[in-house]
Design a protein around this ligand. Structure first.
Ligand code: SF4
Ligand SMILES: [Zn+2]
Length: 137
């Protein structure tokens, strides 16, 4: 816990946004609304992908399998999630809590990446490459 200049006490939340997943670290109300909008858009895209309208990542089974071995993976109502489902915790650090997406839908989205690298440290996509667990598969 930290105390900010105004005296309020709150958890330490890293300012990390996801370049691929719609979720983000949420420290403000605008952040919450923006993340909710992105989550709705992602849900719609996943639906279109399931109907064959949008392209799936060809190696999504390997990505989804990596999620099944991941300590951040949570089972909720019979589905695997990257961390607890997004709406259960909208203030989250993806590295610590996951993004809250269903893992299979996330794995199928070609734009998505894992927030962690193979050593379970924050993934780095700077410099043009990506060292996330999925890109290392
Ligand atoms: S996306 Fe990455 S952090 Fe999330 S469950 Fe899958 S392997 Fe784990
Ligand atoms: Zn990646």
């Amino acid at each position: 816990m930290i105390t900010n200049a105004g005296g309020a006490v709150g958890p330490i939340i890293r300012l990390m946004t996801c370049s691929s997943c719609g979720s983000a670290t949420l420290g403000s109300r605008p952040g919450v609304f923006a993340a909710l909008s992105r989550a709705a858009a992602k849900s719609a895209a996943a639906r279109l992908r399931s109907l064959g309208v949008l392209r799936e990542k060809s190696d999504w089974p390997a990505r989804a399998a990596a999620c099944e071995r991941c300590p951040l993976r949570v089972i909720s109502r019979g589905l695997s999630y990257c961390g607890s489902p997004f709406l259960e915790n909208v203030r989250r650090d993806p590295v610590m809590h996951g993004f809250g997406c269903p893992t299979i839908a996330k794995a199928k989205d070609p734009r998505e990446h894992c927030p962690l690298n193979a050593r379970h440290q924050p993934a780095d996509a700077s410099g043009g490459g990506c060292n996330c667990k999925w890109c290392a598969v």
